[in-house]
Design a protein around this ligand. Structure first.
Ligand SMILES: Cc1cc2nc3c(=O)[nH]c(=O)nc-3n(C[C@H](O)[C@H](O)[C@H](O)COP(=O)(O)OP(=O)(O)OC[C@H]3O[C@@H](n4cnc5c(N)ncnc54)[C@H](O)[C@@H]3O)c2cc1C
Ligand code: SF4
Ligand code: SF4
Length: 440
């Protein structure tokens, strides 16, 4: 009688990090480990304490960049080979927690863009968001929808179709005439609970920031504010990129356990999609409404800022001539104004120039100022700190004038002029005048 050799036990291996693949996503691997055997380095990468690792693979499954793998010793690899040779089909271990999560997330489908409006007038950022929303929807293989709330705002549904939406969820009632957090949160949460969108995008405006935060809290999901980049990974997660730690790094944030995934994006960050005149779509009218008496906030009147007529809105300008600390004083901004007048543009500023009191705060370009996307951005005496670059680097053309040839502004410049701005700027203005006079 031959004695049967006992079947060897399947080795579990240990997790290990693959060189250069970790994107420092925020220690997901560490938080997923059931035996606390992962420590994080200062740069946000994991170190696995192999003696404690039980090979459960949770860290591998959760890693968004496939930066971790299972490691088997030579002996373990031999055992695996023996088991494979025995040809006994090894049943995949199903993680019930992961299966339940996958099922919950699968209930949510579709990309939504909130169409912001004030007294029927849409905010331009909503159309910009439909542009990026269309890309996300195509990647996910789902529909792009607009979320339109207000009174007598059906025209905005058609405008949303012209900017790429296939569908519009419309809530049209007097109670929604003015934006009020309570009423809009109720309306949005009702639609979210009913139709379960996968992604919701809103403008990072006063209204968008207020509404997005309140909704995310109510529905119990994550929200990333002021995103500068949005894309989809191979697990249908929305990868939301934004500056972090004072703009010194770009962080990619994901919300992989909750839905919908919510982001706000500042005006002018995303390009405006091409308008498709007469494009049609489906309007889903939802009769849900909120009783007026349940809304504590009452808007009596919207008073437009009387100074706003004299204010310059740099976000809509096609030509911006910005000055930084290199301008040396407020009086020298007149030189930039002259050039701006010739080009039909406006004058912007770096934060240093604003902090020095040389220019008003509404002219500041950058992370804590405005995001601009003009046809031509001329940076004069601006070094190009990351906090400034995030506000202007998507301009169609950047011309940098700086006497320091190694200034970082030249890294984003289409044309760079190394030299003294006090000579270069007046020379450019004079040349433009000369060319204009020749034309006359
Ligand atoms: C949380 C946070 C948020 C911030 N947000 C913003 C923001 O929104 N916007 C912003 O701009 N900054 C922001 N900053 C500040 C930012 O880090 C920089 O300090 C700032 O942008 C520098 O401004 P600057 O380029 O004008 O000045 P500097 O860095 O001092 O550069 C001046 C430049 O002028 C050049 N120069 C000097 N004289 C001449 C001359 N005669 N001819 C030609 N070139 C000359 C110099 O070579 C130099 O490169 C923020 C910082 C933090 C920490
Ligand atoms: S395989 Fe499991 S036990 Fe090992 S590090 Fe990853 S999560 Fe922790
Ligand atoms: S989950 Fe992946 S990307 Fe995130 S910190 Fe861990 S190894 Fe890096």
């Amino acid at each position: 009688m031959s004695e049967q050799k006992p079947k060897p036990k399947k080795p579990r291996g240990v997790a290990r990090l693959l060189d250069g693949k970790c994107i420092a996503c925020g220690a997901r691997c560490q938080s997923s480990c059931p035996v606390n055997c992962i420590e994080m380095t200062d740069s946000g990468e994991p170190i696995v304490e192999v003696a404690k690792c039980i090979g459960c693979q949770k860290c591998i499954k959760i890693c968004p960049s496939d930066a971790l793998e299972m490691y088997f010793t030579a002996e373990e690899q031999q055992v695996l080979a023996e088991l494979a040779a025995l040809a006994a089909p090894v049943e995949e271990e199903i993680d019930p927690e992961a299966a339940a999560l996958a099922q919950k997330l699968a209930e949510y489908r579709g990309v939504w863009v909130f169409v912001e409006q004030t007294e029927g007038e849409p905010a331009k950022v909503s159309w910009e968001l439909l542009g990026v929303g269309a890309e996300l929807a195509a990647k996910l293989g789902v529909e792009l929808s607009a979320l339109v709330i207000g009174e007598n705002v059906e025209h905005l549904c058609h405008e949303a179709f012209a900017h790429g939406a296939a569908k519009a969820y419309l809530m049209d009632a007097p109670v929604f005439y003015h934006y009020r957090t309570e009423a809009y949160v109720e309306a949005c949460c009702h639609l979210i609970e009913t139709y379960k969108p996968e992604v919701i995008l809103m403008g990072a405006t006063g209204m968008g920031r207020d509404l997005a935060g309140a909704i995310a809290t109510r529905v119990g999901t994550g929200l990333t504010a002021d995103c500068t980049g949005l894309s989809i990974d191979d697990k249908r997660n929305l990868m939301q990129t934004r500056p972090a730690f004072g703009g010194n790094i770009m962080a990619t944030i994901m919300c992989d356990k909750f839905r919908p995934q919510m982001s706000t994006v500042r005006p002018n960050v995303m390009p405006m999609p091409e308008r498709r005149e007469g494009a049609a779509g489906t309007i889903i009218r939802d009769p849900f409404t909120v009783p007026e008496e349940s809304v504590l906030t009452k808007v009596i009147e919207i008073i437009r800022d009387s100074h706003s007529k004299n204010k310059v809105d740099i976000t809509g300008a096609e030509f911006i001539i910005s000055g930084g600390r290199g301008m040396m004083g407020p009086e020298n901004f007149a030189m930039l104004q002259e050039l701006a007048d010739e080009l039909g543009g406006v004058v912007g500023a770096s934060r240093s120039a604003v902090d020095a009191g040389w220019m008003p705060g509404d002219r500041q370009v950058g992370q804590t100022g405005k995001t601009v996307r003009p046809k031509i951005y001329i940076a004069c005496g601006i070094s190009g700190a990351i906090q400034h670059l995030v506000g202007m680097q998507d301009s169609d053309m950047v011309i940098a004038i700086n006497r320091d040839g190694s200034a970082p502004i030249f890294e984003v410049a289409t044309y760079g002029i190394v030299g003294d701005l006090f000579q270069i700027v007046p020379a450019i203005t004079a040349k433009i005048r000369e060319l204009k006079n020749k034309k006359l």
